[in-house]
Design a protein around this ligand. Structure first.
Ligand SMILES: [Cu+2]
Ligand SMILES: [Zn+2]
Length: 185
């Protein structure tokens, strides 16, 4: 199963990147491949799936709600098991020396098949600061990893075959979608 998220800068229509989600079957991890541009050089950014979708063209990343947490656990690092992280906790992404994040990760807890853990129609959020994995000792370490403001976000769309039938609310990512299709089909 496949999904796409196009990330826009918080409260704007500026597209910063696209992420492609690919899960071979119900027993496989979800692979996330993509690019996010326009960041400060050599910076580390918390990266999560948040609970809510963005409805009706909403651009404010705050509308995505809290971390996706169907098991009501504390925040944690991505390598933790189901009881020691939120399902949506994907750790950190690092911008390189030209301010670009090349995303290439795999996670066995988020899911596109399992209804309880499904990330479809939820929102990926990239934060201003590093996610401390719950270990930072800040008041919000156990809820958000103290990752700070929401820099960019994007709804994890319907599976791609449906996605391409819908009008896109954000322009500029069609070529990236086609690139992903070439890579995976
Ligand atoms: Cu977050
Ligand atoms: Zn969390």
């Amino acid at each position: 199963m496949t999904s796409i998220a196009n990330l826009h800068a918080d409260s704007t229509t500026i597209v910063l990147g696209s992420l492609f989600f690919y899960q071979l079957d119900a027993d496989s991890p979800v692979r996330i491949i993509g690019v996010i541009d326009g960041l400060q050089r050599n910076t580390v950014h918390g990266f999560h799936v948040h609970r809510d979708s963005l409805m009706n063209g909403e651009l404010n990343c705050t509308a995505a709600g809290p971390h996706f947490n169907p098991y009501n656990t504390l925040h944690g690092p991505p390598e933790a098991d189901l009881t020691h992280r939120h399902v949506g906790d994907l750790g950190n992404l690092t911008a390189n020396d030209v301010g670009v994040i090349i995303v290439e990760l795999s996670d066995g807890i988020i899911d596109l098949y399992n209804a309880t853990r499904s990330i479809a129609n939820r929102t990926v959020v990239l934060h201003a600061m590093r996610d401390d994995g719950g270990k930072g000792g800040f008041p919000d370490s156990n809820t958000t990893g103290n990752a700070g403001a929401r820099l960019a976000c994007g709804v994890i769309s319907l599976p791609m075959q449906d996605f391409d039938k819908k009008p896109h609310s954000l322009k500029g990512s069609t070529s990236v979608t086609n690139l992903f299709r070439k890579l995976f089909t």
